[in-house]
Design a protein around this ligand. Structure first.
Ligand code: CA2
Length: 149
């Protein structure tokens, strides 16, 4: 099983800026932890970050038929990007949406996700640990759909 981990705009700043909001763990550390967890679970993990909406759409297109599922933190595009939802749905890529912060406890413009209605599940507000929880949940959900690890 191959799982993609997609991070959107500004998440390359994780652990570098605003640690009081997003924590002190860097994106490279999160990706390394997910790769290790993937090994433990018997799945290949491929991590990508982009600041561009179109670039994220292109990345999803490139995953069609290659990845069985994805973990997606689309950053601020989560709240605006119908294009990204269309790509995920159009490429038939099952995904779990992740937010490091509890978007429902933040400003009104962050309280709606364009992606959530098409996600298998959503993990919010648990910090960067949420990525690992999402990976475990996604693998279980894909196993239940008959995808072998
Ligand atoms: O809570 C999340 O994971 C978010 O997706 C993070 C996005 C934000 O726009 C969403 O509303 C919620 C922002 C990512 C910015 O990441 C930074 C990390 C460190 C320093 C500055 C920005």
């Amino acid at each position: 099983m191959r799982i993609a981990v997609l991070n959107g705009p500004n998440l390359n700043l994780l652990g570098v800026r605003e640690p009081s909001v997003y924590g002190a763990t860097t994106l490279a550390e999160v990706e390394a932890q997910l790769t290790d967890l993937g090994r433990e679970l018997g799945v290949d993990v491929e991590c990508v970050q982009s600041n561009g909406e179109g670039a994220l759409v292109d990345i999803v297109h490139g995953l069609r038929g290659r990845a069985h599922g994805a973990i997606v933190n689309a950053g601020a595009y989560s709240h605006t990007s119908l294009a990204l939802r269309d790509a995920l749905v159009g490429c038939e890529l099952p995904f779990v949406e992740v937010h490091i912060t509890n978007i429902y406890a933040r400003e009104p413009e962050r309280r709606h996700s364009m992606l959530a209605q098409s996600a298998i599940g959503v993990v919010v507000g648990l910090g960067t640990q949420g990525y690992g929880l999402a990976l475990r949940g996604l693998v279980l959900a894909l196993n239940a759909r008959g995808v072998k690890t």
